[in-house]
Design a protein around this ligand. Structure first.
Ligand code: KIV
Ligand code: ZN
Length: 511
């Protein structure tokens, strides 16, 4: 049996998704969940890219106990030094070096000949090896590199002590059979001690298929992201690869350490914090992934589940939407139910979730698992610091014959501020009133509303993305009142902005 190493790059390549931008504390929240999911390696960032990224890598490295924490660097001394500094406190640090090798990149991007590429790769691995043992190397655009030259680069870095060789399909150009053959060619010609890794992009919709073909041909590490987010069309999706290896275990003959019951929660959390929704028909985690619409299918499912289902939703941690708690349920019952959903809050968090639960129970008679997940998510949303602004009160006037207006009261560290505004609609008026209080003019890039569960009393979940001073921030709010959810989401995004700004100001000096 072959143990597959899961290398999650949600926090690095995933964060390169258009529109996704995570604060360091949001990254830490996701990293904690990735550890619960039992991924083996977390690529936490590209430290030279920004101080916030370097800070995030250091925070994650300092806190995580089981996962290898990895930082990305180009084959440039300054990149390597900054990456190593951010990994200083990590229990299991890894440096991931990359250098483009394809003809098109050599000629147009780097203006370097083949022998220069070999020299840079050799020198930089040798340099880094003085400071860190676990080094991964990626010949960028490997799938468009001449195979013999690719092998030469790989042999060079392996001689210098690289332990994991990652073969990226950087532009999503490969097809499964061809990619599988490339992995086999490298496997046959490189020392068996080297771990071959794969990293596929989804430009032609083949990222998962290519990764699986590579596993079939000797790859031992797979690089992927939650929900398949990433640069352009994204990366290979972790949950799809994991469930292929579980459901078709007999075919792939591979073991995984992933706790698949944490998949759904992780997917929801990543979607919340990045503001990138999951398409309804997305395999494994989409809303429709386990829904049966056709009468014949429903009939089959009722008679014998396996007629139309190859895996049970429970395997990926999708809660069964049964009614669980109500107004009279106590704190203990809530704790037990949360634990059964894989959520183990500490005492303080549990108390806050319980307060929110009671408030919700006053408005909504039946509280089910999806409601509870939404409440718990609210608790994990906040980040490093206490939120600066909190909503105290709002009042809205709106109707077909009224000019919409909003009055809002917000608390800022004990002080209360109130203002009012007119608007094109109630949300516009609300947001303008908030802008007046916080003295900012955010650009509203996205506003999305969805229902957490079915029913007229469902909680509304609002996600907003704002641009403030060129920084993109995402906020989320949940309430049975959609205007309140909208206000909470907007204020949460503004709090994210201040958290981000605070981190930029802090001079980064290692963990
Ligand atoms: O797609 C790619 O080539 C990458 C490398 C940095 C591994 O993300
Ligand atoms: Zn990539």
């Amino acid at each position: 049996m072959n143990q597959i190493i899961f290398f999650d790059t949600t926090l690095r390549d995933g964060e390169q998704s258009p529109g996704a931008s995570l604060t360091s504390s949001a990254k830490l929240t996701i990293a904690r969940q990735l550890e619960k999911l039992k991924v083996d390696v977390i690529e936490a960032g590209f430290p030279v890219a920004s101080e916030d990224d370097a800070y995030a890598v250091s925070l994650i490295g300092k806190e995580l106990k089981n996962c290898v924490v990895c930082a990305l660097a180009r084959c440039v001394v300054r990149d390597i030094e900054i990456a190593l500094r951010s990994l200083e406190k990590a229990r299991k640090p890894r440096l991931h070096l990359f250098l483009a090798t394809s003809e098109i990149h050599r000629k147009y991007k780097l203006s370097k000949a083949k022998d220069e590429i070999i020299k840079i790769a050799r020198d930089m691995v040798k340099f880094a090896k003085n400071f860190i043992d676990d080094i991964e190397f990626s010949p960028e655009d490997a799938t468009r590199t001449e195979p013999d030259f690719l092998l030469e680069v790989c042999k060079t870095v392996v001689e210098q002590g690289v332990k994991t060789l990652n073969i990226p399909d950087t532009v999503g150009y490969a097809v499964p059979e061809e990619y599988g053959n490339l992995i086999k060619f490298l496997r046959d010609n490189l020392p068996k001690t080297v771990i071959l890794s794969v990293h596929c992009h989804n430009d032609l919709g083949l990222a998962v298929a290519n990764s699986l073909a590579a596993i079939k041909n000797g790859a031992r590490q797979v690089e992927c992201t939650i929900n398949g987010i990433g640069e352009r069309a994204g990366n290979a999706s972790l949950e799809e690869i994991a469930m292929n290896l579980v459901v078709r275990k007999g075919y792939y003959n591979a073991e995984i350490g992933i706790d698949t019951r944490q998949i759904y929660r992780t997917s929801k959390l990543v979607s919340s914090l990045t503001g990138i929704p999951v398409q309804p028909n997305k395999a494994i985690v989409g809303d429709n992934a386990f829904r049966h619409e056709a009468g014949i299918h429903q009939d089959g499912i009722l008679k014998y589940r396996e007629t139309y289902e190859i895996m049970h939703p429970k395997m990926v941690g999708i809660p069964e939407s049964k009614l669980v708690l109500g107004k009279h349920s106590g704190r203990h019952a809530l704790k037990i139910r949360l634990e059964s959903l894989g959520i183990s809050p500490d005492e303080d968090s549990l108390n806050r979730i319980f307060q929110q639960f009671k408030k919700l129970a006053d408005r909504k008679k039946e509280i089910n698992d999806l409601d509870l997940i939404a409440l718990a998510e609210q608790e994990t949303m906040p980040v490093s610091s206490e939120p600066i602004y909190t909503l105290e009160y709002f009042h809205i006037l709106s109707g077909t014959t009224t000019v919409p207006s909003a009055t809002v009261r917000i608390k800022k560290k004990g002080q209360v501020f109130e203002d009012a505004s007119l608007g094109d609609g109630p949300i516009d008026a609300l947001y303008k009133a908030i802008d007046r209080i916080v003295k900012l003019s955010p650009k509203l890039e996205e506003y999305r509303i969805s229902a957490v569960t079915g029913g007229k009393d469902a909680q509304g979940e609002v996600t907003v993305a704002l641009t403030i001073d060129k920084a993109r921030v995402v906020g989320k709010g949940v309430s049975t009142d959609i205007i309140e959810a909208s206000a909470k989401a907007y204020i949460s995004a503004i709090n994210q902005y201040f958290a981000k700004k605070g981190i930029k100001k802090r001079k980064y000096r290692g963990a």
